[in-house]
Write a protein of this length. Structure first.
Length: 311
């Protein structure tokens, strides 16, 4: 029987192994085990249901890709706040375990899908969703997270492991620009988060947690045709550099992509605009607008190369 002291000892050992990438398989999911993890002092979105007698997941149990581990409910709720989840969203949780993340999103009014390889956890998730009265908005698929299509999601909420995040990174970067990604504890290496938030939960087994947040950037790397020259963009994830070129000058630019929004500075002047596939609209600080700018060459994706302009 797992008591609080056993859980603390397991958590310390298991999290160290996780952070070092030493686990071999299993699912690290945003769940509490056996109803023992408190939601803490934050606003509780999901109330732990009574254990399902037929099947109870155990912390550290092996799964297909990572080991299953509990997560603070306070952190989970803060993840949704950072991602600004509303009833307009479609949330996907890759590695959904007993469905806690999906059910919580559904209780905020969102449509949500959990992807879970373990069929017993999928069954448990569906029962938990029914008990919480959100089966119409919380659905679950018994599937491999690497082969599942994420393209419908407006928000992807994850508690996996950094190496698993990195395997998913190409799929995520191919998602619709503006898709919000939020991860508990684990980042995505060179793709630096747009926001990093430290969260404390005094009532959990360890106090300090880190939440990472990204917005999928539009891919803008390449050469864009201007009426009097070219904009050459080099993109490294959401960050862009390059030059604004004319017959008489070449002005360096630097900026950032936030979804389909481009912001950059050239020669002290700010530019802002929107990108839609191979079309761009820009406005400078004086309100001068350039519409219908077209991409004439595309930069190959290196680390996910894209180009960006700031306004």
């Amino acid at each position: 029987m797992w008591n609080g002291e056993h859980m603390k000892n397991w958590r310390n050992l298991f999290l160290k192994r996780l952070l070092k990438g030493e686990t071999q398989d299993g699912h690290v999911n945003v769940l509490a085990s056996r109803g023992e993890v408190s939601a803490g002092k934050g606003r509780k979105i999901y109330s732990q249901t009574e254990p399902v007698q037929e099947y109870e997941p155990v912390p550290g149990q092996r799964g297909k890709d990572v080991e299953w581990a509990p997560c603070s409910l306070v952190v989970m709720n803060r993840m949704f706040e950072i991602a600004k989840v509303t009833a307009e969203d479609y949330v996907i949780d890759p590695g959904s375990g007993d469905g806690r993340m999906v059910i919580s999103a559904a209780k905020l009014g969102a449509q949500a899908l959990g992807i879970e390889y373990n069929p017993r956890l999928v069954e448990l998730s569906r029962k938990n969703a029914a008990k919480e009265g959100v089966s119409d908005r919380a659905t679950f698929a018994q599937a491999d997270l690497f082969s599942t299509d994420f393209s419908r999601a407006t928000v992807v909420a994850m508690f996996l492991r950094e190496d698993i995040n990195l395997k998913l990174r190409p799929k995520i970067l191919d998602m619709r620009p503006g898709t919000r990604i939020v991860s508990n504890i684990f980042n995505m290496a060179e793709w630096k988060a747009d926001e990093v938030v430290e969260v404390e939960d005094e009532d959990y087994y360890f106090k300090n947690h880190t939440v990472y947040f990204w917005v999928v950037p539009a891919k803008v790397g390449g050469t864009w045709k201007f009426p009097d020259g070219e904009l050459i963009l080099e993109q490294n994830f959401q960050m862009i550099d390059g030059a604004l070129k004319s017959d008489s000058a070449s002005t360096p630019i630097s900026g950032k992509m936030t979804g389909d929004r481009i912001d950059f500075i050239a020669d002290g002047r700010q530019y802002t605009g929107r990108v839609s596939e191979n079309l761009m609209e820009l406005e400078d600080c004086d309100g001068k607008r350039e519409k219908g700018l077209r991409k004439i060459t595309t930069q190959p994706l290196a680390a996910v190369a894209s180009t960006l302009i700031e306004c």
